[in-house]
Write a protein that binds this ligand. Structure first.
Ligand SMILES: Nc1nc2c(c(=O)[nH]1)N[C@H]1C(S)=C(S)[C@@H](COP(=O)(O)OP(=O)(O)OC[C@H]3O[C@@H](n4cnc5c(N)ncnc54)[C@H](O)[C@@H]3O)O[C@H]1N2
Ligand code: MOO
Ligand SMILES: [Mg+2]
Length: 404
C-alpha cells in the first residue's frame, strides 16, 4: 500500500488504470483513409506492411567504381559505363569497371564498389584500386532494409514525421487511420471572461479553454468549443444535452467541494458521477462519469491542475480510445538539484527545468500559476511520502513528451 491509499486518496496509477479501462470499453470503431499529407498525428488503424523490397534493387552506397571482384586480378580496369542515380544500366562488360554514383543501381555482374577516394585514375583513363577490396563493400543489397511482407508499424501507432517518411519510402500514398475523436471543451465558472474583453470586478481570464483546445488539436482530436459555462444548473444541463454527438465532454472547474458544482448534479441526475480524490498535486479533485451516455471528464479548474491532470490522465485516456498502446510518458531519471523535506500524501508534479544536469524547481508551484509551467521544461515527480536530498534520483517528465 502506498501513501495515496493510506490517506484515502486514489493513487495516480489506480486512477489511470480506471480511465484506461473505460477507454478500452469505448474504442473508436470507424476508420478513414487519408493521404500522407493529412496523416501527421493520426493513429494507424491497420499495420503498415511493406509491399516492396527496400532498397528495390542493389545500389551503390558511395560515389566510386563498381566491379566484379571474382573476375579481377589486381590490374587497372577500363571504365566501360557511367551510372547515375535514376538510370537503368546494362550489364557490366567483363574485365571492366563502371563509374557509379551514390544511389545508382549496380549493373548486373558487379558486386563490389570502391569509393573514389581510394582509386587512382591513370593517364590512359584506366582506374587502379589502391586499397584491398572486400566482396560486397559499399553495396546496399536489395531488401537489406525491408522485405515484401515485413510488418513495419503495428496498428495503433501514432504517425509522425518518421512514420510518414517510412510509408512514403514504400510508395504508400494513403493510410487507414482512426477517425478523429470529437472532444467538447467546457470552461465552467461565473468568474471567467474571454481574452480581448474587459475584466470586471471578481473576474479572471479563461486560460484553460485555450490550453486544452490547442493541446487536443495536437493530439489529433476534433474540438467542439463549448465556451464558458456559467455556474447554473439549467445552463449546465442544456450545455451537456447539446453535446450528444461528441466522444468526450471535457470540462474544467467546479469539481471540488464547492457549492457551484452543477456539473456533478447534472451527471447524477441524467448519467453517472464518480468524484475522485486523487493522490496528485496539483490536481486532487477529478470528476469522471457520463451524461446521457456521453463520457465526461471534469478536470480541476486551477490552470496548473488542469495541465497536470490532462497531461497525465486525460491524455492517456484519449490516446487509448484511439487504440494507442503506450500512452504514458516514460520520462527519465535525473538527479535532483533541490532538497525536498516535506513528504506529502499526494504525488507531486513540480514545474522544473534542467540546470547543469540536475532538476531545479520554479519557486512558484501554486496550482493557479501557468507562468511557472511556461518556464518549465518538464515535471519533476516526487512520490508520496518521500524526501529527497540533492543528487537523489527522481523521474523527470519532459513537457515535450506529453504536449502532443
Ligand atoms: N474546501 C476545499 N476546497 C478546495 C479543495 C478541497 O479539497 N477542499 N480542493 C482544492 C483543489 S486541490 C483544487 S485543484 C480546486 C479545484 O477546484 P474546482 O475544480 O472545483 O474549480 P473551481 O473552484 O471552479 O476553480 C478553481 C480555481 O481555478 C480557477 N479557474 C477555473 N476555471 C478556470 C479557467 N478556465 N481559466 C482560469 N482559471 C480558472 C478558478 O477561478 C479558481 O480560482 O479546489 C480547491 N478547493
Ligand atoms: O491540487 Mo489542487 O489541484 O491544489 O490545485
Ligand atoms: Mg468554478
Amino acid at each position: 500500500m502506498n501513501g495515496g491509499e493510506q490517506s484515502g486518496l486514489l493513487p495516480v496509477e489506480a486512477a489511470l488504470q480506471r480511465l484506461l479501462t473505460l477507454a478500452e470499453a469505448a474504442p473508436i470503431g470507424d476508420n478513414q483513409r487519408v493521404g500522407l499529407a493529412d496523416a501527421d498525428g493520426r493513429v494507424l488503424a491497420e499495420p503498415l506492411i511493406a509491399g516492396l523490397d527496400l532498397p528495390p534493387w542493389a545500389n551503390s552506397a558511395m560515389d566510386g567504381y563498381a566491379l566484379c571482384l571474382a573476375d579481377w586480378a589486381g590490374e587497372p580496369l577500363t571504365v566501360s559505363q557511367r551510372i547515375q542515380a535514376g538510370s537503368a544500366p546494362p550489364p557490366l562488360q567483363p574485365g571492366s569497371c563502371a563509374r557509379i554514383f551514390t544511389g545508382a543501381p549496380l549493373p548486373a555482374g558487379a558486386d563490389t564498389v570502391e569509393m573514389q577516394e581510394n582509386v587512382v585514375v591513370e593517364a590512359d583513363g584506366r582506374v587502379r584500386f589502391s586499397e584491398p577490396l572486400r566482396l560486397g563493400q559499399n553495396v546496399r543489397q536489395q531488401g537489406q532494409e525491408t522485405r515484401v511482407g515485413d510488418h513495419l508499424l503495428p496498428a495503433g501507432t501514432r504517425l509522425g514525421p518518421i512514420e510518414l517518411g517510412l510509408a512514403a519510402s514504400l510508395g504508400i500514398a494513403e493510410l487507414s487511420v482512426r477517425r478523429r475523436l470529437r472532444v467538447a471543451v467546457l470552461s465552467t465558472g461565473d468568474e471567467l471572461v474571454e481574452p480581448g474583453l474587459p475584466l470586471g470586478p471578481g473576474q479572471i481570464y479563461n486560460s484553460n479553454r485555450r490550453l486544452l483546445i490547442a493541446w487536443l488539436r495536437r493530439l489529433g482530436c476534433a474540438v467542439v468549443d463549448g465556451g464558458i459555462l456559467a455556474d447554473d444548473l439549467q445552463l449546465t444541463r442544456a450545455a451537456l444535452a447539446a453535446l450528444s454527438d461528441v466522444d468526450l465532454i471535457l470540462s474544467t472547474g467546479g469539481v471540488s467541494v464547492g457549492e457551484a458544482d452543477f456539473l456533478g448534479v447534472a451527471l447524477r441526475e441524467e448519467g453517472e458521477l464518480a468524484l475522485w480524490k486523487l493522490a496528485i498535486k496539483p490536481g486532487k479533485p477529478l470528476t469522471c462519469g457520463q451524461f446521457r451516455g456521453v463520457p465526461v471528464i471534469g478536470l480541476p479548474g486551477n490552470p496548473a491542475s488542469t495541465l497536470v491532470t490532462f497531461g497525465l490522465l486525460a491524455r492517456p485516456y484519449l490516446l487509448r480510445r484511439m487504440g494507442v498502446q503506450r500512452v504514458e510518458p516514460l520520462g527519465f531519471a535525473l538527479p535532483a538539484g533541490f532538497t525536498w523535506n516535506k513528504p506529502g500524501k499526494r504525488r507531486e508534479y513540480l514545474r522544473a527545468r534542467l540546470q547543469n544536469g540536475r532538476v531545479v524547481l520554479h519557486p512558484n508551484q501554486s496550482s493557479g500559476v501557468l507562468r511557472s509551467a511556461a518556464w518549465a521544461e518538464g515535471l519533476a515527480e516526487v512520490l508520496e511520502g518521500t524526501t529527497l536530498a540533492e543528487g537523489d534520483s527522481l523521474r523527470f517528465i519532459p513537457l515535450s513528451e506529453i504536449l502532443g
